[in-house]
Design a protein around this ligand. Structure first.
Ligand code: NAD
Length: 474
């Protein structure tokens, strides 16, 4: 059984209750981690609270330098971390390296932007007064993350929290806690004060104890909408700040004037990367009549050509799904859509946690697959009666993470960028897209409380203080 990392020490958990971590590749047990209790959480939050002043007193340059030290660890252990991500999460090795590279590269952005998180000098409406603003940390921050990007998703929140002076208690997903041990080791060998970073492993109950702790002032949660909404309710009772990144049902619109080949390629990447287990994965394709048949043909052909298999094998493009629970939703959505009249063009077979990517035509808005998050390698295609109808279908969703449109018309591109209700809109590019310096987050029930991504993330993790000096004393 592994240990917890609390107050700068590797410590035993309160009890012997553990969680076995298995590999989606073949179900083999990789390790066992503690199922952190409320007592473990309390110890970690108390340590974070004790570290609060010391961390806030460090200059931002000193805190930014800690990110460099952490990154040095990630660079030195990159192969081990990337292979570990593939073994516990199941994504192809190349995608795991994309994740480690992203985290390594973005550390400089977070450090750079934290140093430049200036306040404003505000012109006073009265004479003899000098007014300005400064950004300050909230205090102990819970970072609660999902399994689909076990380094990248918590990485951004942990970098921003530390750089802006919020001590962290990190609760990784129960499916992929082993990557989190690298994060703890990286901080352990850095010059960060003891208690400013803590790791408590466990499942949902451990996360709930953390959210419940009155000294946790900031919660950076990424995961399902249902859990995020529960967290928001608990946090509201003591007005703790929440940065929530949640589920999606993201659309790609393809209009008659689109480059069909390019659209099909982008859709297939969008639907199947990480076996479809991406919050901004392509969950709906909405197409106008003139392009429909050719597009479905092209998507089907490209989807059939994908190599499904062992993610440690270089030729593999689609690995297994992380768990049977997640796979079941994809299977059920496809089966119920077919029963309700959708046409399965390809895929939909299971073998252990492997799932052959599926393409579904003739999907209607009433089907679950058009409304609820599938989180699997499935491409449902919905017909629209024209451009305006396509926009309306796209917007008829409680979610709003990212959307995309394929068109040759500059006018339509701009119009769609304004009308699509999503935190990000991409033109002639997959909606399953992010960049280091772009904000990332959702409209509607996909997110709230700010944005991920360098300076946006840092801003979301700080509160603004107004200061006024009456220097004439009148
Ligand atoms: P999940 O909500 O079940 O779990 C996420 C994390 O929350 C885990 O660490 C889990 O242990 C913890 N948790 C569970 N119940 C809790 C509770 N009551 N209180 C506190 N913490 C609790 O999500 P999942 O199924 O593991 O991940 C998939 C979901 O995450 C999808 O809906 C996906 O869209 C979403 N996601 C969103 C983004 C984004 O940036 N918007 C990114 C990745 C994943």
């Amino acid at each position: 059984m592994r240990q917890l990392y609390i107050d700068g020490e590797w410590v035993e958990a309160d009890s012997n209750d553990g969680i076995e971590v298995d590999s989606p590749i073949d179900g083999s047990v990789l390790d066992e981690v503690p199922d952190g209790s409320a007592g473990d959480v309390r110890r970690a939050v108390e340590a974070a609270r004790r570290a609060e002043r010391e961390l806030a007193a460090m200059t931002v340059f000193e805190r930014a330098a800690v990110l460099d030290e952490v990154t040095e660890y990630f660079e030195a252990h990159e192969d081990e971390i990337a292979e570990g991500i593939t073994r516990e999460e199941g994504k192809p090795l190349e995608e795991s390296y994309e994740e480690t590279e992203y985290v390594i590269a973005s550390s400089d952005d977070y450090a750079h932007d934290a140093i430049r998180l200036f306040g404003d000098v505000v012109p006073s409406e009265f004479r003899g007064r000098f007014a300005y603003t400064q950004r300050e940390p909230y205090g102990p921050c819970a970072v609660i993350s999902p399994w689909n990007f076990p380094l990248e998703i918590p990485g951004g929140s942990i970098y921003s929290a530390i750089a802006t002076g919020n001590p962290v208690v990190f609760k990784p997903a129960e499916e992929t806690p082993l990557t989190a041990y690298h994060v703890a080791r990286a901080f352990d060998q850095s010059s960060l004060p003891d208690g400013a970073f803590n790791l408590v492993t466990g499942a949902g109950d451990t996360g709930a104890s953390l959210v419940d702790h009155r000294d946790v002032r900031l919660i950076a949660f990424t995961g399902s909408t249902a859990v995020g909404q529960e967290i928001a309710k608990t946090a509201a009772e003591r007005n703790a700040q929440c940065l929530l990144e949640m589920g999606g049902k993201d659309p790609i619109l393809v209009l008659d004037d689109a480059d069909v080949e390019h659209a099909a390629e982008s859709i297939v990447v969008g639907s199947t990367a990480n076996a479809g287990q991406v919050c901004c994965g392509t969950e709906r394709v909405i197409t106008t009549e003139g392009v429909h048949d050719e597009l479905v043909e092209a998507i089907t052909e490209k989807t059939e050509a994908l190599q499904v298999g062992d993610p440690l094998d270089e030729a593999t493009e689609i690995g297994p799904m992380v768990s049977e629970r997640i796979q079941r939703t994809a299977v059920e959505h496809v089966e119920s859509a077919v029963e309700a009249g959708a046409t399965l063009r390809t895929g939909g077979d299971t073998d252990g946690r492997y799932y052959t990517p599926a393409v579904l035509d003739d999907v209607t808005e009433r089907m679950d697959i058009a409304r609820e998050e599938t989180f699997g390698p499935v491409t449902p295609v919905i017909r629209a009666e024209g451009y305006d109808d396509a926009i309306e279908i796209a917007n008829r969703s409680r979610y709003g993470l990212q959307a995309a449109i394929f068109t040759d018309s500059l006018e339509r591109a701009h119009d769609a960028a304004n009308r699509l209700q999503a935190g990000g809109v991409f033109v002639n590019e997959t909606n399953n897209y992010w960049e280091r310096l772009l904000p990332f987050g959702g409209y509607g029930e996909s997110g709230s409380g700010g944005r991920y991504g360098s300076k946006w993330h840092l801003e979301s993790m700080t509160q603004v203080k107004a200061v006024m000096m009456n220097y004439k004393n009148d």
